[in-house]
Design a protein around this ligand. Structure first.
Ligand SMILES: [Zn+2]
Ligand SMILES: [Zn+2]
Length: 259
């Protein structure tokens, strides 16, 4: 990406791979979100429960005070629980009015997940809209079409140097996903091993269908629910990989992808 020093590190770190309620509230996997480092710019997407702890316990530590932006894909607790403490940390307790917060409109308003006092602290709070592009430091991202999920939910597409990355958020599978997420690396939430009627999450079959249609260089499965954990995500990733002839891996807590 223009303006990014090639010698500086570019990585995505998984501070959690828990999906939905049970895995999250039992903390069978962590739920700290996804940290993106692009040279001098640091962005945290979906700081779920325990995100602040995961950041500070990492070796080396991921310092929330160095964040340039926080992004919420939607307001569900497994994605947004720690957003207020993260805003306080990013802004040094409000003493430095810096950083950007990007979120769907229903994260603010009458029943906000971003509390009014926290919303006043960052340099800016920006409501994201489908198809629009946003920037914080060197990090630029495009917002997907609205996902099929009970609240306003979007995924992101961005560049890590020359590599395009698609970060899919919670959704029921729909055909339009393949058009938007046609990227080199795709990160997919796979809550269920098998599709469940009436629940707006992707299953392993849906993920496999999407990977088969996009044929990325690498697909990363994450956001695992209980039955996916029992089915051992790494074994399932290997099976899809062999069937499709595409590299598919299962994320684990603390995993780092370098670019
Ligand atoms: Zn979720
Ligand atoms: Zn959700």
């Amino acid at each position: 990406m223009a303006g990014v020093n090639k010698n500086k590190s570019m990585f995505i770190k998984f501070l959690g791979t828990a999906g939905a309620r049970f895995v999250t509230f039992r903390q069978l996997r962590a739920s700290g979100g996804i940290w993106i480092c692009l040279g001098d710019t640091n962005v945290l997407v979906d700081p779920g429960p325990g995100s602040i702890v995961r950041c500070l316990e990492c070796l080396p530590k991921m310092d929330p005070e160095k964040l340039d932006a926080l992004i919420l894909t939607h307001r569900h607790l497994d994605h947004a629980n720690d957003i207020n403490i993260m805003i306080e940390s990013m802004t040094c307790g409000g003493s430095c009015r810096k950083g950007a917060v990007f979120c769907p409109s229903d994260c603010l308003g009458d029943h906000p997940v971003i509390l009014p006092h926290a919303a006043r602290l960052p340099g800016r709070v920006q409501v994201i809209k489908p198809g629009r592009k946003y920037k914080a430091g060197d990090f630029a991202f495009t917002v997907s079409a609205r996902h099929l999920h009970p609240c306003e939910t979007y995924g992101l597409k961005f560049n890590m140097g020359k590599v395009t990355v698609g970060l899919v958020s919670d959704t029921r599978y729909f055909d339009g996903l393949a058009d938007f997420y046609r990227t080199d690396v795709i990160i997919l939430p796979v809550v269920f091993r098998r599709a469940r009627q009436g629940i707006d999450h992707m299953s392993l079959e849906d993920a496999s269908e999407l990977i088969g249609r996009i044929r990325p260089k690498k697909a990363v499965l994450t956001h695992f629910g209980m039955d996916m954990l029992k089915a051992r995500p790494s074994c399932q990733a290997k099976r899809i990989s062999e069937r499709l002839g595409v590299e598919v891996i299962a994320a684990h807590d603390g995993m780092r992808l370098d670019f």
